[in-house]
Design a protein around this ligand. Structure first.
Ligand SMILES: NC(=O)c1ccc[n+]([C@@H]2O[C@H](COP(=O)([O-])OP(=O)(O)OC[C@H]3O[C@@H](n4cnc5c(N)ncnc54)[C@H](OP(=O)(O)O)[C@@H]3O)[C@@H](O)[C@H]2O)c1
Length: 326
């Protein structure tokens, strides 16, 4: 008999990849969408799509099937602009608390929580599962809220929640409309504000989706798994994008202080336009620090695979062109 999954965040980048993988593996999927969610990519799929919001516990109570095999709690606000901090706290922290509560009430089999490497804070060296988090001092609300929500999940493990926590690094791939794909769009428009001299761990969205299902099957209760992928410099990452989009290839990185100065100008501009600036202090902070991890635990225990960066970028460019997003 096929397994039953409940998915939050299914209308987003990683969520769509996860739903596709669940269906490919013959799962029955119930997912929530908000009234304003874009469902274009989910509509053709054979899933039970119901209206719900992680901030509204009653909508979750109505949506989550009794004794569902797995809850995949993917939904979050990934915003990196302080204007949305309050909203982000509600979604990421209070929304996760609601999801935990309802998963326990509905006696869900397992709870797979999509956290982030951001929950560890900011570190120049490789992060490991046992690295102490400094997220609360990071000055980035996304990092703070991912840390707090992950902590709530772990605390609930002591209250019988059979949870596994996944901490992906930079996820790139098809169905991204507003996260790392911003860099693809900036390269395309030749409006990159600069390339920081930093390193990142890049992972492919369909692979992260697959590992969510393996985490359900094999993940150890209460444990974290970092999903790093390929480590590369931001210059290498941007160069691949430039090559696939037939743009001039950048040769140099930009000093962090220049990006920090540029951020102040973009912020001033935002005061007039009210629109999110191209660089926010949070984005600049993230981009001007390394984001790297040791993902050997996930490779060994969850068969996590690193996809070559060139392939990741090629497939993402292909999808963006196909969707006329470039
Ligand atoms: N992208 C990355 O590089 C990255 C890296 C590490 C970890 N992660 C984690 O991966 C997860 C998915 O991120 P993503 O990149 O796929 O983000 P995304 O494309 O912005 O998708 C976010 C999803 O969450 C949903 N959502 C937001 N607020 C909600 C609410 N109040 N109630 C119900 N659903 C809500 C969104 O619904 P709408 O469609 O209605 O907006 C959307 O489906 C997040 O937990 C994120 O922290 C992402």
């Amino acid at each position: 008999m096929s397994k039953r999954a409940f998915v939050t965040g299914a209308t987003g980048f990683l969520g769509i990849n996860l739903v596709q993988e669940l269906l490919a593996q013959n799962w029955q999927v119930t997912a929530i969408k908000r009234s304003r969610s874009q469902t274009k990519h989910l509509n053709p799929l054979n899933i039970n799509l119901v209206t719900g919001d992680v901030e509204d516990i009653d909508s979750l109570r109505a949506a989550v099937p009794h004794q569902v095999d797995a809850v995949f709690h993917v939904a979050a606000s990934t915003n990196l602009w302080s204007k949305y901090n309050q909203r982000q706290y509600k979604t990421n922290v209070e929304g996760t608390r609601n999801m935990i509560k309802v998963a326990l009430e509905k006696e869900a089999g397992r709870f797979i929580h999509t956290s982030s490497i951001a929950a560890y804070g900011i570190h120049e060296d490789q992060v490991r599962e046992d690295t102490l988090s400094n997220a609360l001092d990071s000055g980035i609300n996304y990092h703070v809220t991912k840390y707090l929500s992950e902590n709530d999940v772990k605390e609930a493990v002591g209250r019988e929640l059979d949870a596994v926590v996944l901490n992906p690094a930079h996820i790139v791939g098809p169905y991204d409309t507003h996260n790392w794909v911003q860099i693809f769009k900036n390269v395309y428009r030749q409006s990159m504000p600069g390339i920081p001299p930093t390193l990142g761990s890049f992972t492919y969205a369909p692979e992260v989706a697959k590992v969510h299902i393996i985490a359900y099957e094999k993940g150890v209760k209460g444990e974290n798994y970092l999903l790093g992928g390929v480590e590369a410099s931001m210059l290498e990452f941007v160069n691949f994008i430039e090559r696939f989009l037939d743009k001039p290839v950048s040769m140099k990185t930009t000093a962090p202080w220049i990006l920090q100065l540029a951020t102040k100008f973009y912020q001033l501009g935002a005061l007039f336009t009210g629109k999110e600036p191209l660089l926010t202090p949070e984005k600049t902070k993230l981009l001007t620090h390394n984001v790297r991890c040791d993902d050997s635990k996930a490779r060994q225990q969850l068969n996590f695979q690193a996809v070559p960066l060139e392939t990741i970028v090629e497939k993402t460019c292909h999808w963006l062109k196909q969707e006329n997003l470039l």
